[in-house]
Design a protein around this ligand. Structure first.
Ligand SMILES: [Zn+2]
Length: 193
């Protein structure tokens, strides 16, 4: 049996000056992404993310944050307003101010953020990468240095699910990463070793 972690989905539509902004996520698409991300992590680490609740909310961003997209301050506001239950929470928003908000800092809140992407493959890999952070994994290339002799290492990073850049279609996890994820605080809540 895989470690099974419940994942609640919250589709957040922004409201600006009394007007709701576009939101392309549907509940069906959100559930599809979760299923695909879960399949990916189950195949590599025997950790599954099971669909919990799915809700839609409308939020007006507070002063000091951008009101038209979710920026870093907006992510902190949303993750405080929509806390994780027993497992994790995925906030699905239409647009963000930069590609990866929260990133390596999300393991404490157990809340991650996914901007809309029309491609199921790349968007579900992005979600699986965010789940990797929730499982305590840092970027594989965090120790990247400039200079010669790193070509082979760089090629391995580019195929890794925790690469900081674009994610390879066959994105993999190393045995060390699998061990680390399965013994993370989050995995241990749900029966990890
Ligand atoms: Zn990341």
């Amino acid at each position: 049996m895989p470690i099974q972690i419940p994942a609640d989905l919250t589709i957040v539509t922004l409201r600006d000056s009394g007007r709701e902004l576009p939101q392309r996520f549907t509940e069906a698409y959100a559930r599809t992404l979760l299923q695909r991300a879960s399949e990916l992590l189950q195949a590599r680490a025997d950790i599954a993310f099971r669909a919990g609740t799915c809700e839609r909310v409308v939020e007006e961003m507070p002063a000091g944050t951008r009101s038209d997209v979710v920026d870093d301050a907006g992510y902190h506001f949303l993750s405080a307003a929509h806390r994780a239950g027993s497992g994790v929470r995925v906030l699905l928003v239409d647009r963000v101010s930069r590609p990866e908000l929260g990133g390596e800092s999300v393991a404490q809140t157990r809340v991650c953020l996914v901007p809309y992407g029309a491609d199921v493959g790349s968007t579900s890999r992005f979600l699986a990468h965010e789940f990797g952070h929730l499982l305590g994994l840092d970027h594989a290339d965090a120790a990247r240095r400039e200079g010669p002799g790193q070509e082979r290492q760089a090629a391995a990073w580019m195929r890794n699910l925790m690469n900081s850049g674009a994610l390879h279609p066959d994105a993999e996890l190393t045995p060390d990463q699998v061990r680390q994820a399965r013994s993370s605080d989050l995995a241990r809540r749900f029966g990890g070793p």
